[in-house]
Each structure stands twice: as C-alpha cells, then as structure tokens.
Design a binder for this molecule. Sequence first.
Ligand code: NG1
Ligand code: MG
Length: 525
Amino acid sequence: MAGPVPVAHSLEDIYTEDALPFQTQRWDSLLSKFQSIYGHAAEFVSRSPGRVNIIGEHIDYSLYSVLPMAITADALIAVSVTEETSTVAKGTFKIQIANVQDAKFPAREFDVAYDAVEIDATVHEWTNYFKSGLRGALELLRKKHGSGAYFKPKNMRILMDGTVPAGGGLSSSAAFVSASALAVMAANGDRTVDKTELTELAIVSERAVGVNSGGMDQSASVFSERGSALFVSFTPSLRARPVHFPKTSPELTFVITQSFVTADKFVTGPIQYNLRVVECSLAAAYLNAVLNPPGTKLPADAAPLGISLHGFHETYIALSEHASGATSSMSMPEQLRELITITNSSLTKKEGYTREEIAAVLNITVDELNQQFTSRFPVRAERFKLRQRAVHVYSEALRVLQFMELLEDPAYHPADKSDTSGYNAQLGALLNETQDSCRDGYECSCDEIDAICAIARKAGSYGSRLTGAGWGGCSVHLVPADKVAAVREALQKEYYGKLDLTEEQKEAAVVESRPGSGSALYLVK
Ligand code: NG1
Ligand code: MG
C-alpha cells in the first residue's frame, strides 16, 4: 500500500459507477467556477475523502490499531500556480483561496512568509485547515530540498469544494488538511508524494488547528482503496493495509446516518476530545506509577504522533518485564484482557481522580502535572475518570482484534454460506459493545445517537454505533441489504420525522456507504 499518491486520469479512477453522474457535474462546475473567478483554468485538482470508522473508537491516539474506510464524500482543491511576484512582498508568497460555498466560507487572500505559516487557532476560520496543510507541506518540501538550498514556494490560486459534512464525525477536517497538503506539494513541483509522508505530515499539521488528535482519519483519507476497509496500525511505525469483508448471506452493507447534532471540536475541544486525550495519558502515567518499580519511565515522543500521550501499552510492557517470565509470551488479546483486570483493581475510584490525587501518586506537584499534561491543549475538568477511560481503551483495542479475526481468520468464517446470519450477528455484536463502551465508559455518545442506534437495531441492523469523535455527528450501522429500507423507514418515522429538516438534510440523513478510494491528484488537461 505504500508508494506515491496515485494520479487519476479520469473520474472513473476515483469514484464508483453509481457516484459518477453527480461527481461529473460537480467537477465540471468546480472547474468552470475556477475559470470564472481567476480568469484562467485550474492546472490540477487534489482530492482526499472523508472516512467512516467501522471499529476502534478513541484509541488511535493511544496508538492502538483501528479499522476505518474512506467514503465517497471528499475535499477537492483546484489549483493554479502563478509565478508573478510584483504584488507579493519580498520574502513572502501569495495564497488566494475561495470556496464554492462562498456564503459560508468567504474568499481570502494572504501573503505568507517563506518559512513561517501563521495560524491563529483561537479563531474559527475555515482557511486554518488549508494553512495547517500548507505549513506541514512546506516543512516537508524544505526538508526534501536540502538545508543548503533556498526554497521559494509558489503562489497559488485555489478553489475548494468539500462534501464531507463538518462536525459530523466523518472527518471533514482530515480530508481538507490532507487535500491541502497534497495540493501544496504538487504546486511546488512534487507530483509523486509518498502516501506515508503525506499522512504523517497531515497528522502533525492538523494539531495546529487545536485538536490533539490521533492518526486514524488522515491514514484512512490517504491510504484507502476502493472496495476495502483499512486496517491501520501506529506502532512500531505507521502501516495501513486493505481488508476485505467475506461474502455473506444476507449481504452486509454499511449505513451511515446523521444525528444533526453538530459536535464542533473547536468549541468542545477543551471539555471533550482533548480532555479524553489527557485522561488517557494520565491513566497510563498513574498505572505506571502504582504498578511499576519507582522510576520506570513511559516512552516519550513516539514519532510521528508526537507528544507523549501514549504509553498505554507500554505500561503493560514495563509491567511484564518485571513479572516473572510467563507474561511476555502472552498474545496481544491476552495482554489486553490482563490490562483490563489490572485497571479494574488499580483504579478503583469510579467518581474519578482530582489533580491533587493524581499528582500525589506521580510524585509531582499539581503545577508540574498541569505543565506536563494540560499545557499544550488546555482542558477544563475537576475530576478525571481514569478507570472508565482506560477500560474503554483496552476493551476497544481488543474488539478491533476480535473483529479482524472474524473478518480474516478462515476458522471463523461460516461453514454454511447459504445463511451467515450467525456470523453477521457476531460482527454486529462487537459494534454494539463499542457503542455501549463509548456511551457508558468513555461518555462520548449523546441521547440522539443512542436513540438512533436503538431504532436501527430494532429495524434489523446487526450492529449500530457512533462513528468518529462522537458527542453528536454520525453513526454507522451494519445492516443486511434486505433490511436497509426498513431501517431507513424506521429512522424517518421515529427520529427524522420529528426534526425540522431541509430537503438537502433529508437527502443526506441516511446513506448506504461503500468503501471508497483514497487521496489522488488529477491533472487538468
Ligand atoms: P473525527 O472527529 O471524527 O474527525 C476524531 C479524531 C480521530 C479519532 C476519532 C475518535 C480528529 C482530526 N480526529 O475524529 O483521530 O481519535 O475522533 O476515534 O480530531
Ligand atoms: Mg475531524
């Protein structure tokens, strides 16, 4: 799967047949709008899709493997490169950027210093996502050009079109950042961008927007291949491989539904997403402190995921090194089960831990704790629910492995192919367990998502759960093909019918999703 981001020669290379009529129209209108705004044609389009996560929620930033797949909805960035420098201040280059939805995302123009892309993460500004991709790509370009060479970035004219709903858990942000970084690389002459390099730079770049995220979304956006899901691992280094679903009967489909509750990470970051990341690193540090010999250090920065928020599994590795023998030969699922047991007996306070309590165990002051764990991405909380968060992480990591085993180990495949409903139900049960764990242990669901999952299951979904960060946004449902209509109908009657939705929202509320292709460059002739 490694290698350069593919260059697409036609839309058939990018989209499945059913998507072509709409996409052809959309691309035509993007390119003609580009022509009318800038007075000349675009030279290329970079494209990166959103994703739905099938299983493995809120564990990527603890470096456990996840199973997402790309969707058809994507970010498109049409670009032309200009050489003229007359209007550009010395030592800077110019970016002109517009969006096809110009009422919502107004056009901007900015001069950027060669070596310093300024991003103000305190304001909610759509072009920040472009700038974060720009910053990451320029760093990579400078590295490639060698430290001696003087690298002068090109001026760019840009028109953006995104169809991934924002704040919906389908990762519009990663699609936008990855497409932006790819566009900047291509604009500066690099048209064979390595997928791993692009993913790693997009992961790091997106943090500039203020969310301390993991690497699932960018990996899914860049690496996905049409027709398959993607198993992504982060240790010892970033790896992604396609995963196929076995043929089942009844045939399985993934249905994605919106809740129309917008989880805006810009607003909720300090109290939700970033707080969970902090709780995970505190839990790992706490377990390390109470279980390992004094002075045992969890690993710090694990590139490319940067900051030292991992160490979850390292807690175990450190533990097993000091245990007498046997444990080191345990399989990963056995290790995870052991970690759940250890967590339950070591982190007993269900109501959570105060900063003072944690600092005392880590043998540091509260100021040092704040400095070490909460200074880069400030959080707001009185108590940190270390036990519940850790149990979620370990059990979710285990469910991903169990899901993969069902998909890939022939021993688990149904013998009688004429009816695989038992097998389908096993897959679905794992998704349902994820939803329970997200709702009760990680507290990242919401009433609306819980209701949608209950309705869908009653109407025939094998497994239903939130997807992405949660607290609103989308959910994903594993539905037999012959029950999709019933699920749709039930949701309409019991959920959407009670909301005041526009025609466009009604249209997008429930979609059947097939695994789509990842990032691509398209050269306009
Ligand atoms: P969303 O909010 O769906 O883009 C976020 C993180 C992921 C992952 C999931 C939860 C970003 C960019 N992405 O996804 O890395 O942690 O939540 O599994 O914040
Ligand atoms: Mg996002």
